[in-house]
Unconditional design. Sequence first.
Length: 460
Amino acid sequence: MEHSEEARRDSAGMGAALAYELARKELQRERGADFFGAYIENLTMVAEWNGALLFKASSRVAQERLRGEVQARLELLLHRYAPQIERIEILLEHEIPEDVRGLATARIEEARPVAAARYAPMRFDNFATDSSNQRAFAVAEMIAAGQAPFPVWLVHSPPGRGKTHLLSAIHHAMTTRGGADVLMVTGQDFLEQFQSALQRREAASFKERVRAPDVLIIDDFHRLCGKKATEEEAFDTIHEITRRGGVVVLAANHGAEGLAGLDETLRAKLKGAGSTEILESNTLLRRRILDMRLAHHARVCPGFSVAYDALDMIAERINGSGRDLDGALCQLLIEWKVSGGTEVTLDAAAQALQNKFAESAERRVTVQLVQKVVARHYGMSVQQLLERTRRHAIARPRQVAMYLACRLTQASLPDIGARFGGFDHTTIMYARDRIAELVEKDPALNAEIEGVIRAIRREP
């Protein structure tokens, strides 16, 4: 979203911490969740040094990708929100100048709340719960208290439903209390560090480090799926930690049965683990999340406020993830700043968030809606579509519906199978992959399915 010269002048007083928070939100929207999670999520603002804003990348691979694909855009965004920022440098830990290494920040306006400006602390006391996530919350609390009900626990859901928050809360609680050695990494970090260790012939030191803790936490575990050697190392690591009484906590976008590319030996091990799915939030929970996030932003930016009816509207119309809600509030933070610090009204919020509302409406696709539109397209009833028959006239439309349910909804594979009358998740995976293969080869089928997708999105 481009801003007027007036808006740029009004934001001239914005500090680096807040500018980076807003720039991150735009980069997440532009680059997508996968790239953001792999390379931008852990990019840390370190210091202002010799006229440049220094950032620390999490790995050499991340540094190279960020310098090549993100640095110029990040500089532009930061300068837009805080014109005093002209240049940035993306460095590794050892490249940071000695004079600033180890400092939280140096000469950065709003330096102290840098971490808080990006995120509210991820603890149990600021995790909003309802029936959609209560079980996951309860298991996480038990693990943090040293009373893990399973040696391996997998929490899964589509992105943005609180998995990272729960894992971070476990890590925070256990490290604060002490008494247990806890290591938390992302699947991407595990993958990159293991592959780097293999190239440097230092696999032994990597194994020693990841197998040493009493509790190993791996977020975004799905990122290492399909990498055979890394999966084997993960399997051996999980086995070794649990063999001596330790605990492994994993988070992924799907349950064990839905992780594409996962080695069957590791899949079987995860099927035997404790597993909890976080379901989609309802309006009341989204409203509570907004209240928590607004309170956090108001602490970082005193005076920031949003009208109650505007918050109600956001909770009702943005039915996506917690990240979507936070993105909406960050957009309103810009509105508040540009308007001179007056409360963001219902009308102002509606205007500022019209694009986000449109995106959320587009994502509001259910399995039932897919079934309804596909059945109509093929001239049959939903009941006929769900018949247990291998007749091509019904089996092929049913496979198309399963494929589109996987592509357009956030439902898990078991949930999709249940909504098609109790099919196993492997049947859903087969239908998904089969139709995807045919779409690649058959332009006519591709055009037909794209037409069905447009019909689904036009439905009220």
